[in-house]
Every structure is written in C-alpha cells, then in structure tokens.
Design a protein. Sequence first.
Length: 380
Amino acid sequence: MMTAVSFPAAVFDPATCPRLVVKIGSSLLVDGAGSVRTDWLAGVVADIAERRQQGQQVVIVSSGAIALGARRLGLEKGGRASLEDAQAAAAVGQVALAGVWERLLAARGLTAAQVLLTLGDLEDRRRYLNVAATIARLADLGAVPVLNENDTVATTEIRFGDNDRLAARAAQAAGASGVILLSDVDGLYTANPATDPTAQRLSVVKALTPDIMAMATGETRSGMGSGGMAAKLLAARMAGAAGISLAICDGRVDRPLTHFAAAGGGTLFLPPRAAKGRKAWLAGRITVAGTLVVDAGAAAALKRGASLLAAGVRRVDGKFRRGDVVAIMGPAGELLGRGLAGYDADDARAILGLRNEAQGAILGYAPRAALVHADHLVML
C-alpha cells in the first residue's frame, strides 16, 4: 500500500514552471441546468491573472461546449445521445464558451485566444509543430490560449475523446512543464472513497505501475463529461513521458489554483523522464500505424537504449510505410515504446527474426541499420 505524503505545490510556481496548462472539466464549469458557473469561473480567472502578473504563462484547456450547446438546443442527455447531437451542441456551445472566457479575461485585462484542435492536429508532426508555434506566440504576446477539442468535426474514431489527454498533449506542444487537472475529485485513491471507507488518497505517484492503473475507474461523477480517473491516468502517462509533471486537484473550491498552491492536496504524478523534441511528440501519440512485437532479448536491449533490430522482432501487425509511427510491444503484450518504422510493413515482415547479414538477399537491397533506430524511438 502506498502511503499518502505531502508535497510542495510550489512545483507549479512561476519560478519552476514558466508555462502551465490548466484543464477545467465540464462538471466544474457548467451547472446541472446547463448554465456557466460564472462566479466560480471568475475566481479561476482571478487566479490566472495573478499568475500572469508573477510571470507565469497559463494555457487553458476548457471543456463545457457540448453541455452549453445542449441546453440552448434542448438536446437530451447533455447533447451526448448521438455523435450528431454532440457535434451540433459543440457548434453552438463553442460560441457561448468563447464569449464567456473573452468577457471574464477582459475584465482582468487579459486577452483570450481560442484554439480548437482535432486529434490530427497533434498526431501529424508538421501540424503539431504549427500548433506549438501558435500557442507559444500567443503566450509570448500576453494572450491566454483557451483550447478545446473541435467536437464539431471530430468523429468517434478520430478524436481525443476527453480533454484530460488533450491537456497532456497540448502541454507537450506548448512546451509546458506542468499540467493541473481541475476536477470534481480531489485526487487518486487506492479504492473508490464513496464505497470504501479505507480508501486513501495518494499524494505523490512516482511510477504508473499496473497496480496504480488498476485504481482508476472510467466513470465520471457528473455524467456531463467524457473523462474519468482512467482518462486522467492516461493523461499523466502522456505528460510524464515528455518530462511534464501533472496534478489532479479539487476544483470544487473557490479560487482553486490559489487553494492548491497554499494547501496542497490532490495527487501529483512525477515524470519518469524528460524526452524532448520529436521523442516527446512520439511519447504522446495516441494513434499508431502498426505494431512490432519483440522477444525478451530485444526488450531488454531497448531498455538499455539500443535500436530495434529485425532479429528481435517476432510479429508485425498493421499496414504502415517507412517513417510511420509504430508501437513496440514486449513478449507479454506490454507497451514498451513507440518509434518511426525504418521499413514498410511488408518488408518488415519479410525480415523479422533475421540478422542483418541475411536481410539483403530477402529484400533485394542493402538493409538499413535497424528496423527502428534508437534516434527515432522513445521508451514509455
């Protein structure tokens, strides 16, 4: 059993976190009647204004568009009865949501900038770099970027699906060193605190082990959003793979960022490593074009920093081309990492299990140094 310990919320202070991503869930921003909780949100904006004055740049990931649009359109189930309802609600709600942020930020002398993203904007390397440049420029100009998934055009198959993972991915693009998920829960517990009186909140998580991941449920308390603790742990894994700290903290209090800095609480997930550049982008990928399953020897070599050689590959799944992102799985089916394929899928299948000197005769051309080179591979 992991015991709860205190930790300094100062890890998110401007001195150590020059750029911070703050995610706000639908259940905090929108009440049960589908109206914005304006007084509470004004307190969040006051927190943001204070942090800006102290030199910290803040990027917001704001849920709530579908909930707001559903009320205005009179849609059932909060606008989530069907994909078409969600898309229609988002189209109406984004206008309302942007207006609320613009008005409240302007009251504090800040400029709001709306950025709507799809999964492809952050999965495609070139588009990812464009997003990164835009967010950085807005922040440097003193604006407060307000990000959300573009649910009007997102489909069931091609979307983030929750703003927790969007926040982690956006933090990578924004060059942030911290993410705060304001939530209607006050952290990760060893069990469901609503049903188990022995449940303990974990103050610090240093590694997302299988036991830690098993503590999550996929349920949302309000039924209004699309996340849940499972989504938050996936977000923590994405952020940590890029060297970014992530905290889940209670957003139900007034001035939640100030409260978190003063009183602590919540759960802090420490990053296990600090990947940068293309490797950070690879670490945060949600979609892959294929999978390479490796043997135990290759898995051990990868953990030592080696390239992935065809000799250690036991199975190739999917249709991918050279340069596509592939997942690398261990012999027990565990995710080891992601990388850029050095071969098309058909050629990779042709040489799997073969040493380099035997590959040329099969391929009809000189083999490359590795199936996935260490320079284009990130371990998770």
